[in-house]
Structures are given as C-alpha cells and as structure tokens.
Design a protein around this ligand. Structure first.
Ligand code: CTP
Length: 154
C-alpha cells in the first residue's frame, strides 16, 4: 500500500496589493474589521489563520488584491499585531516591506471605555490616548486599557 503524503495548502501569491504577514495568531478577523472589510465588500482577499511560522510560532496572514493601506490603518493594525509586516506587492514582486509601530499618541483611534469620559459626550473632542508601559491611557479621564484593545478601535 502506498503511503499518503500530506499536501501543503498554500495561499496563492498575489499580483498587486498588500500582504499583511506575521499577524498575531487569531487577530486576522480584527485586521479585516480595522480595514472595513465585511461580507459585503468586494475586495479579493485571502485569509489564513494559525499558520506555522518559524520565528513567532503561529501567525495569521491577510492578502488583499489591489489595495494599499493608509498610514492610519497601519497604525491601528500595530495595536493588535505589533509584529506584523506590511508587504506592498506590485507585479508579483515585493515592492516594499515595512514593519508597524504604535504611535506614542493615538488621536481618534481608540474609543474610551469610560461612558462618563468627556470624549464620549457630544462635545467636539477627539479621543486621545497615550501609549504607556501599562497600556493605553485616556488623556481626559486616565482610564487605562490593558486588554481587548480591538474592541475599542474606532
Ligand atoms: N507574497 C504574495 N504574493 C507575491 C509576493 C509575496 O502573497 N506576489 C507574500 C509571501 O507569500 C509572504 C509575503 O508576501 O507571505 C512576503 O513575501 P517575501 O518577502 O517574499 O517572504 P519572506 O522572505 O518569507 O518574508 P519575511 O522575511 O517578511 O518573513
């Protein structure tokens, strides 16, 4: 009897667009949420979750055809996937590869979980968080976000 060898399922290479690689395992759907991609958007995309990766154990990958990301989208991705790599693909080649960094000050990026915070009232005040070692700290009410950041991303 011939032994079956497992076949590896690969996500296809893309022609033009963006590959977000080395996403923290389990965060791919939150990345899609940040990019505004839902079941009814028309992007041609591939998503892989919990793929084996040499240096970070497991990772997620998102590939989007014909779209390059804005800096504010990359900054939001950094909050949930700080080791992500953004690869811009042109004509099947990696045209540009860059990491992500969390900016020290987040304005209009994260909603304050404190319902009484002035940034949640009708005042024309943009939410502002400082990135500290302890977590994200609201500049208005000092509320500290330490987990489930994806839930608060605007
Ligand atoms: N990729 C793709 N389509 C292409 C070119 C690259 O989907 N036309 C994907 C690769 O599959 C990989 C990512 O883009 O997930 C980065 O490609 P590359 O730099 O060639 O891979 P690595 O050297 O493994 O990247 P790194 O060093 O960042 O781990």
């Amino acid at each position: 009897m011939t032994e079956k060898t497992p076949r590896t399922l690969l996500i296809s290479q893309i022609n033009n667009g963006t590959v977000i690689d080395h996403i923290t395992a389990g965060e791919a759907l939150n990345v899609l949420k940040i990019l505004g991609i839902t079941g009814s958007t028309r992007e041609c995309l591939s998503v892989a979750t919990n793929v084996a990766s040499g240096h970070i154990g497991k990772k997620d990958i998102v590939k989007i055809e014909n779209r390059e990301l804005r800096q504010d989208e990359v900054d939001r991705i950094a909050l949930i996937a700080p080791r992500a790599t953004i690869n811009i693909i042109r004509n099947y080649e990696v045209f540009e590869k860059k990491g992500v960094t969390i900016p020290p000050l987040l304005q209009g990026v994260v909603r304050c979980p404190n319902p009484g915070c002035i940034s949640n009232t009708k005042e024309p005040i943009q939410s502002t968080f400082e990135v500290t070692k302890k977590g994200l700290q609201c500049a208005y009410c000092d509320w500290l976000i330490t987990e489930d950041i994806a839930n608060y991303i605007i």
